[in-house]
Ligand binder design. Sequence first.
Ligand SMILES: [Zn+2]
Length: 413
Amino acid sequence: MNLDLNDLINEVAEKIILHWNYRDLVEIPDAVRNVGSHVQEIYLKWNKLKSLPLWISDFSNVTNLYLYGNNIEHLPDSLRHMNNLAVLDLSANQLKELPICLGYLKNLRSLLLNQNFITSLPQSMSQLKNLERLFLSGNRIVALPEWLGALPVLGELFVDNNLLEEIPNRLTLSNSLSIISVCSNKLSYLPLNGFLSAPCIRFNSNPCLNYLSLPVLYQLMCKVQYPMSEESGNAIAHGCFRSNSKTNNCNIKTKLLLLSKNNSEHKKFVIELPRQLLVIHDIYENKVISLWELSLRKVYLSRFHHTLDISWDPPNVYVKQNPILDKINFGIDKYLKSLIPFGLLLNGPISICMNKYCNEPIFSEAWILLGSGKNTFAIPTIVILCCHRCATEFIKTSNFIENHDIYVYMCQD
Ligand SMILES: [Zn+2]
């Protein structure tokens, strides 16, 4: 380190913003500890820090801390006292785990954690009520927590280049999301329900993703410039909808086995449905719905009113959820309520019945139709309905084209 220590102390004492990028620093010298309580921004990009000093919280007025491109493996617990932090950039470091103390940064608005080795997010981060932008691209995250959808002002979520197999259903209930970016993951499906905030969703290069639900498809089509072209599949996302046979493996997720009869040659492929969906019926099956599903719908409807308005041509989707505040009307049987995991209700229904006069929430059991929208042949699309009657009604009144060449079977492995 070539820096003269006295110069450094003087610099800290005199300045509000410290520009310490590209200085080959391996540590922040203890000597500056007592002279920096007024400092507001620190740029420490591209140094060689392995950690932050325990006393970092003595710089108690720092709002912006940029640590891009260091070698940081751990963060000190004292970070929790940096109450004024609004922007924390820890991208391109060596973090494997995130500390619980991150959840104490109540004023944090932007958290940048790109290009680390993170596999999960601590539950404490669900307390980041002011977080607007979260960057997690280039990590090793397999699953995102459902509570992300409950962060009240989260507007931008970037999780490209991870190992995601699904994204949380609860994101559909967020009022604030404007961008979700999940390119280059291992997504088998997107949530089926329409998104309340109709965000822009980027999901290029998810080769296992073979279909969309009708409301999500319509929401995405509103965001692209030429949705009606022959290439509409490409306009929405590149590198998806390849209908690959997915040969991996052992889980208990419900799948649809699709047999496509193409020029008398049978092609076989599997699409994976959201794991919450436990029972599916062919559109022509007239079965009685299970008591479990009926209870979930009833309890949910006692607290929320969820509507989906689809006008078929031009494609447009409007989704709305109203919490019913009248506690007196909460009156669902207490015993019934005790049987149902509350999380299931909080994370929202997987879809709303697509019969436009129904809007029943659907949790674990549904009638499914597979085909394509009138102008979107390129994208295999599924429609979810709450009962046989709604399914029949939907076929009569919509412009949806059922794919008669594909036979639908449910399989579990
Ligand atoms: Zn229905």
